[in-house]
Write a protein that binds this ligand. Structure first.
Ligand SMILES: [Zn+2]
Length: 995
């Protein structure tokens, strides 16, 4: 007996009695399953007929499952016979089964992972009770006896002790019964699912039956708990009889044995997707088969598969196409999607033909693409979604999995790169082959860049990235694709394009095909892939695979200099600043426009190339960081470009040509795609106004490389005096006629991967400012910002800009050194940050003071309401405190007001809103103690016997609360939402200040 859940013994007893009853009712031992006997004889792809190496072995499995779906209780009940053949050299005393669905219940390993990632798992009615896949007893069948086995359940792993040891080459037949519960009440993404649409129920039966774990030569038993990542299974045969309510249309792994019975020609014609071409999403589906309380049995058989999945929906409509080699490509969609699924079967055939031609033949008889609100692969079956043509990439991905996951059955839980990465590569391969505009235009972001290179190049510079050779559950134990898990997709895909670059196109494809045929219907690990490619190419590739799979080293080459030597020769010097070595392709552009290609191998292997092959550049890391190519030419070299095929995944391509590229564009404020091939620059006009300068007509410029390096943002204004209200005499060009601001920031990766610096300078609205600092990001969202800042208002005229001129001194340099430590946090229902700021005056300052400021911002998310808290303390001490940097009771101090274009000068905020007096005013700029009730109010403060009035001070503390209901009551004009919106909130502030 198995206890599936310790907390519910009563329910468990109830269920077992139901099952015992059911068992007495049926005829035992009816199975004379023939697939397993014919499996090896008639199977040309059986692994023993083409072992990858002499002593390779893998286990064989033969499943026979009879299952019935109750669509109202949403339970599928099954009986499972499994013949298990031990081909290993070991004698087995126990076996293990995966009950994947048990991951989705309270108290599971997966549940624990959710909790520790501060994510709330909500469970449906069955899940709450721990009802996922329930296995009652496990037996061994021997002739006409059933022997009950001892079992031990640990969440998703069921350990089964054999009644007697299973010797090498012996086999055993298991029998078990199970119930698997479909639940749609939770929030945890489950692939096995049901949903209702237009009053019809849809079912996806995946990872739904007890599946024996793989016993392989590398790891022996695979007992990894299921954490909603990847899967692994033994190859063999499946005979599955699925009994469904009569009106469901099903598809599944394998050949539909009784097609004539369940899908006779006349019914198939009625279900033809062409009949529903005009259907729209949400349209009521037609009734083709009336539910009548009876059921239909769908019988499927498959060989050379390692899993069996099915999908069923009363509104499935069918189309079919065949590949040139005769593979049946079946597309089934819900009737409401039929308008967008007219060519789904043809697209699938095209994908199958592309991969077959380029990477090895598809060897199963059929493939199904199903419209199932998903994106997931099973043997011969993909559960997809979307409509034409946006589903193309998803199809290309899921169908690609038939090669890597399906036919090559790697342990993807252990190394997800083996299926997800290779599949992502095929996915992009298909999109690249079928893209319309394949101009060699620098500005076009191709599918390869968008889906592989850019995500890879962005993450490659992050020192915390784990190498590809990481267990899929161990990417910092994050859920979903967090923790750098995405790297298994895009880094692997990028690696394969780089392998193509290294080997040359034809050898790469031949080696990939060889790997596929060598490991077809077997279980390759990363080392098997490496060995296969190396053996085929017959050269050392350990330098390549070690770098890409075992490390997070990056590629960075540069064209360093080009120099004419005496007699019609040029010396072109390249440098390698990244730690990864690769061979180098480069192109020389001559003055006449002629282009010549060269290739520098990095060892004695030379790829097939049209380029002129130069001496090898042997070196890595700190060994031979430079290389000089000696090029014969009488013509002037105008440019040198590294790898014009853009496959070399160089993290910084700005230095990959003699002349770095940049492109200046008008900034239309729309989203601009990022590009790694040139420096992106944008300009736009900028108009502002203040009371002293009048209308400021300006030009704004910003630039960056790959939205990662060399950020520049600068604006320069001509102060027209039009509309000025001050009549101040104008004398100096800078300050009076021209204002500007300039900002630059860049990472300092050469020193530290998490360090960057910035420089900020302004001559604007009477203020001259310089600030420069270092930002260091530490682990766990901690960061440090150390900066030097100084600013001054030189002249009396510069004071006239100020909203509060009396709060600033003329020609006094306020120079400070500041250190801020910030910790950000994100919890289940709250988020915020703690900041601790220290400031001291610099050596050339006209003031002398120090500030200490702890501040906590804590937001509590109550659905549509945001509960915002701020706790702040100030301590300012010194003999000479700058008035603009003091603590203000109701608002930001004048120094902070300089950071906002609205408050750095008069002219925007109406004058009558300003000033301090005996009544409140309308103007408020957040900051200081933020006691909003005192805006513009001179607060009487009792000290001893006298009453002083004030609005600023030196130390204090405050607590500010806001109940923000902007999500309930909001005003966000669509087009202007970026600039204006109305926040609605209630606030409460309390604080104390000492003057
Ligand atoms: Zn995938």
């Amino acid at each position: 007996m198995l206890r599936f859940c310790k907390i519910f013994p009563v329910l468990y007893l109830f269920l077992s009695s139901v099952l015992c009853f059911a068992q007495n009712d049926e005829k035992p031992f009816v199975q004379n399953f023939s697939l397993e006997e014919s499996y090896t004889k008639n199977n040309e792809w059986y692994w023993k007929k083409s072992k990858p190496f002499a002593d390779y072995w893998q286990q064989d499995v033969h499943y026979n499952i009879q299952a019935t779906l109750n669509d109202s209780t949403q339970i599928i009940s099954g009986k499972e016979w499994l013949v298990y053949v031990n081909n290993s050299p070991d004698t087995l005393k126990e076996v293990f089964f995966h009950l994947y669905q048990n991951a989705f219940q309270p108290g599971s390993y997966h549940d624990d992972l959710y909790k520790n990632n501060k994510t709330k798992a909500i469970y449906g009615k069955y899940e709450k009770l721990g009802l996922n896949t329930f296995v009652k007893d496990v037996y061994v069948e021997e002739s006409s006896r059933r022997i009950l086995l001892r079992t031990n359940m640990n969440n998703t792993i069921l350990q089964v002790k054999l009644n007697k040891p299973l010797a090498p080459n012996a086999q055993v037949k298991f029998y078990l019964e199970f119930d698997t519960y479909f639940d749609n009440g939770g929030n945890v993404r489950r692939r096995m699912k049901t949903f209702t649409h237009n009053n019809y129920k849809h079912f996806d039966g995946v990872h739904w039956y007890p599946r024996i774990a793989v016993y392989d030569a590398k790891r022996r038993w695979d007992t990894d708990q299921h954490l909603n990542k990847e899967l692994y299974g033994d190859f063999g045969s499946f005979h599955v009889e699925l009994t469904l309510p009569n009106h469901y249309i099903a598809e599944a792994t394998g050949t539909l044995v009784n097609e004539n019975e369940v899908l006779p020609t006349d019914l198939k014609q009625k279900l033809d997707v062409k009949n529903f071409a005009s259907k729209k999403i949400g349209d009521t589906p037609s009734v083709i088969i009336l539910p009548n309380g009876t059921s239909k049995k769908w019988i499927y058989e498959a060989i050379n598969v390692h899993d069996f999945a099915w999908t069923a929906d009363p509104t499935y409509r069918i189309s079919e196409a065949k590949t040139k080699k005769g593979v049946r490509c079946i597309a089934i969609c819900q009737e409401e999607s039929a308008g967008g699924w007219q060519t789904a079967a043809q697209l699938t055939a095209k994908i199958i033909e592309t991969y077959s031609a380029d990477f090895g033949e598809y060897t199963w008889p059929k493939i199904v693409v199903a419209d199932a609100r998903d994106g997931m692969e099973y043997n011969m079956l993909t559960l997809c979604g979307g409509t034409s043509p946006s589903y193309t990439s998803l199809f290309a991905h899921e169908v690609g999995h038939m090669w890597f996951y399906g036919i090559l059955g790697s342990n993807e839980t252990y190394r997800a790169m083996m299926d997800e990465g290779f599949t992502q590569f095929l996915n992009i391969w298909f999109l690249e082959k079928n893209r319309k505009n394949v101009k060699s235009d620098l500005t076009i972001v191709s599918p390869k860049d968008a889906n592989l290179y850019y995500p890879y190049l962005r993450s490659a510079v992050d020192a915390s990235q784990l190498p590809l050779n990481t267990h899929s559950d161990q990417f910092y134990s994050q859920i979903g694709h967090g923790g750098g898990y995405g790297t298994v997709y895009y880094k692997t895909g990028t690696m394969l394009y780089n392998l193509q670059y290294v080997l040359g196109d034809s050898l790469f494809q031949a080696a990939m095909k060889n790997y596929y045929y060598q490991w077809m219907f077997k279980h390759p690990y990363p080392e098997d892939f490496r060995n296969s490619i190396t053996a085929f190419v017959k050269t050392d590739l350990s330098w390549f695979f070690d770098q890409w799979i075992e490390t997070n080293k990056t590629i960075d080459y540069a064209v360093k200099k080009v120099k004419r030597s005496d007699s019609g020769f040029y010396n072109i010097t390249f440098s390698r600043t990244g730690r990864m070595q690769m061979p180098l392709d480069f192109t020389v552009e001559l003055k006449s426009g002629k282009k010549i290609s060269y290739h520098i191998p990095n060892n004695y292997f030379v790829k097939k190339t049209e380029a002129q092959v130069l001496d090898p550049w042997i070196g890595w890391d700190k060994v031979r960081q430079n290389y000089t190519a000696h090029i014969k030419t009488d013509e002037k070299i105008v440019n040198v470009l590294i790898d014009t095929t853009y496959r070399l995944a160089d993290i910084n391509q700005l230095d990959n040509s003699l002349k770095p590229y940049n492109k200046l564009k008008f900034d239309n404020l729309k989203y601009q795609p990022v590009n790694n091939r040139y420096y992106q620059e944008y300009w736009r006009p900028d108009v502002w106004y203040n009371a002293v300068d009048g209308i400021k007509a300006g030009l704004h410029y910003e630039g960056y490389y790959f939205k990662r390096d060399h950020f520049i943002s600068t604006t320069i204004w001509y102060n027209s005096a039009i509309g000025e209200t001050d009549n101040q005499p104008r004398k100096e060009i800078f300050m009076d006629y021209v204002s500007f601001m300039f900002k630059y920031s860049n990472p300092l990766r050469k020193i530290d991967d998490n360090l960057s610096w910035y420089y900020d300078t302004r001559v604007l609205d009477g203020l001259g400012l310089i600030e420069t600092g270092l930002i260091k990001n530490l682990k766990n969202n901690h960061s440090l910002n150390l900066n030097y800042k100084h600013f001054v208002r030189y002249r009396e005229r510069d004071m006239t800009y100020l909203l509060y001129p009396e709060l600033w001194n003329v020609n006094k340099r306020n120079e400070t050194i500041n250190l801020d430590w910030t910790k950000k946090y994100n919890r289940l229902k709250s988020s915020g940050q703690f900041n601790f700021g220290l400031r001291t005056s610099g050596p050339f300052s006209d003031y002398n003071y120090a500030t200490l400021k702890p501040e906590l911002l804590h937001n509590i998310n109550l659905g549509k309401l945001q509960f915002k808290n701020r706790l702040v303390g100030y301590y300012i001490s010194g003999t000479n405190v700058a008035p603009e940097s003091q603590l203000y009771m109701a608002q930001a101090n004048p120094e902070e007001m300089m950071d906002s274009k609205f408050t750095r000068s008069r002219g925007f905020v109406p004058e009558e809103w300003l000033g301090f007096g005996e009544s409140l005013n309308h103007f408020h700029h957040g900051g200081g103690l933020n006691l909003r009730g005192f805006s513009g109010y001179l607060v009487p403060a009792a000290s001893n016997d006298t009453v002083e009035i004030s609005y600023r001070g030196f130390s204090g503390a405050a607590y500010n609360v806001e109940m923000d209901f902007s999500k309930l009551v909001n005003f966000k004009p669509k087009k202007l939402a970026r600039y204006f919106f109305l926040a609605t909130y209630l606030f409460f502030d309390a604080g104390t200040i000492s003057t």
